[in-house]
Design a protein. Sequence first.
Length: 329
Amino acid sequence: MLNRRKFIKGGTALAASATILSCNTEDQTEKVNNPNSKEGLPISIATWGPNTAAVDAAMNEITNGKTALDAVEAGAKVPEGDPNDMSVGYGGRPDREGKVTLDACIMDAEMNAGSVSFMQNIKHPISVARRVMEKTPHVMLAGEGALKFAREEGFEEIDLLTDQAKKEYEEWLKTSEYKPKANIERHDTIGIMAIDTSNKIAGACTTSGMAYKMHGRVGDSPIIGAGMYVDDEVGGAVATGVGELVIKTCGSFLITELMRQGRTPQEACEEGVKRIAAKLKDFENYQVGFLAINKKGEHGAFAILKGFNYAINQGGKTEVFESEYLVKN
Ligand code: SD4
């Protein structure tokens, strides 16, 4: 059971029609912590249960003396290269024109950030995002420009559309209905964060975006502050789900700033979801999940709907936990 704030005791505040709680930290009589959260560094943590291999790959980098930045890149590359993960990289579901277009971003403890959006034909967009960060004066490259840069950097071009994704797309064409269905479409976008043995944080996020989106659509995942944000003084947050809701509320930045003001990672994630619920109509029809960590290695997670889970590697153990959620009925 969550150790909830006094004013939401009784549980009804977590119903769909939840009254939106004040942002004033003085209102809090007790801190809300995630029951699965504990202090401990180093740590790697990622959205969605199937990403255990990703958090393990990240931790492997850290135990081999690499940085948190190396760790989150290595972690993100796991689902990017996996054709069975149909929300990320190679094997991702295409847009409504049958094209797989990828979004990714990365950020380190020194506020360096890089991103690519609407990029085609490259298996590891997270590595291109890192090159944008390290080799250009910019933060984000999009579309043809991102692909041109990737080519110049020596990345190989491949066809990202697998037979399975093509088959599902052809089936989808029969109705051509765009209705993102939470946890049915399987949002497996990876948002991953790590803190290394030098206590430095980094974050990454990578996705093929919403299946059957309009050609040219860019989601939250490549947007620093929306799909991912880290601040070495505080911690960081990542998002998954319907990106439009996350962009409009600057989700990951909001959560990081709430932690700066004294919220626990759990409180900050809950407030991030409640901000969406307070401001955006029809939020109950969409899934958004947030995951946050602070610099002690404590974590929090919260989603609009049931079904969001996450993977964590901490204290020599890899575990998957289910997230709490807002809409209970
Ligand atoms: C997007 N946030 O493009 C991504 C989708 C996602 O798992 O998280 N899918 O809106």
